[in-house]
Design a protein around this ligand. Structure first.
Ligand SMILES: NC(=O)c1ccc[n+]([C@@H]2O[C@H](COP(=O)([O-])OP(=O)(O)OC[C@H]3O[C@@H](n4cnc5c(N)ncnc54)[C@H](OP(=O)(O)O)[C@@H]3O)[C@@H](O)[C@H]2O)c1
Length: 316
């Protein structure tokens, strides 16, 4: 899997056409890893961009394309058709990676308010998750996907999956940036030979309003990162991407700006951070989760701890 990917979530304000143009620019610049999802509602346009890229001579085998199963498609009979739909939209015969986007089957419409709750919302039920995973394993057997993985998982949930899966996930996607380092989960994941793919690597400065709270902090506004960036002559965002790759995760920064696309890609091959700079960034963690997942809560008066298993137990 290429060491840096391009995110494609338009954060509710970047049009599908602009995201598709960014995909095309990125591939022209040298990106080979694109992180897609059905819920981003732009796979058709991204697929057209991929089609143009392969028509211009980039071999399909050079590309690493990830997509994700949305929460309303966890039912056994829905997984394979949902994957086929993503393949059609992306104009592909196979995906390199297919992830279960969230461990909860709790559907909410894209763009809905964080206060909205599905009347059918349920907690994580491992037996149900395994039924979805068995269908994911079938996708590999069918040759429709090369690898299957997870996203937004916690250690207790991953431990159950690793115990029961025939195909263990080689990748898990998780929020990772200098202000949310998830060191304990990160170390656990790495110890299981699972590659952490880090989303919001720059702290998602343009994320939707609904994903903002007054307590949120921004790694690119951190004075220590700004100081390192000055030393390297780059934007603080580039330091975040550099740190991510050097730490041992695969960042998937989003950008529609060719200059930023280029800077982010180059950041992983040039001018590394010194051990002292790596140590400085390691000390900046603020435990600041930006993608909190409130819409997945399944009862009144719950806290986010119920979603993220913070005391090591899966909450039912
Ligand atoms: N699995 C999940 O549940 C999940 C959740 C959230 C996100 N994701 C994935 O992770 C991807 C990345 O997260 P994200 O899009 O939320 O945020 P992000 O990558 O942390 O931040 C993207 C923002 O940073 C800016 N930026 C990028 N490179 C820059 C540079 N070199 N200099 C200055 N600014 C720069 C971009 O603006 P410009 O366009 O102007 O460059 C854009 O506004 C998503 O697109 C999606 O694919 C997955």
């Amino acid at each position: 899997m290429p060491a840096v990917g391009l995110g494609t979530f338009g954060s509710d304000h970047v049009s599908p056409a602009s995201v598709a143009a960014a995909v095309e620019d990125a591939i022209r610049i040298g990106y080979r890893h694109i992180d897609c999802a059905a819920v981003y509602q732009n796979q058709k346009e991204v697929g057209e961009a991929l089609g143009r890229a392969t028509a211009s001579g980039v071999a399909r085998s050079e590309l690493w394309i990830t997509s994700k199963l949305w929460n309303d498609k966890h039912a056994e009979e829905d997984v394979i058709p949902a994957c086929r739909q993503s393949l059609r939209e992306l104009q592909l015969d196979y995906l390199d990676m297919y992830l279960i986007h969230w461990p909860f089957p709790n559907f909410h419409p894209p763009g809905c308010d964080v206060g909205s709750r599905s009347p059918d919302a349920r907690p994580y039920v491992h037996e149900d998750f395994m039924k979805t995973w068995r269908q994911m394993e079938k996708l590999v057997a069918l040759g429709l996907v090369r690898h299957i993985g997870t996203s937004n998982m916690t250690r207790p949930k991953l431990e159950l999956l690793l115990r029961d899966a025939d195909i263990k996930p080689p990748v898990t996607e998780m929020e990772l940036h200098p202000h949310f380092q998830q060191q304990t989960l990160f170390e656990f994941v790495r110890s299981q030979n699972i590659e952490p793919v880090g989303f919001c690597p720059i702290g998602s400065p343009q994320r939707p309003e609904r994903d903002r709270t007054p307590e949120d902090t921004s790694p690119i506004e951190d004075p220590a990162i700004a100081e390192i960036a000055r030393r390297h002559g780059v934007h603080p965002a580039v330091i975040c991407v550099k740190w991510a790759e050097q730490r041992g995760q695969t960042p998937i920064p989003f950008s529609t700006n060719p200059r930023n696309l280029h800077a982010n890609l180059k950041s992983v091959t040039e001018d590394p951070l010194s051990p002292e700079e790596m140590a400085t960034v390691a000390g900046l963690d603020r435990n600041c989760r930006l993608v909190k997942g409130q819409v997945f809560l399944w009862k009144e008066n719950q806290t986010l701890e119920d979603l993220w298993d913070l005391d090591g137990q899966i909450v039912r």
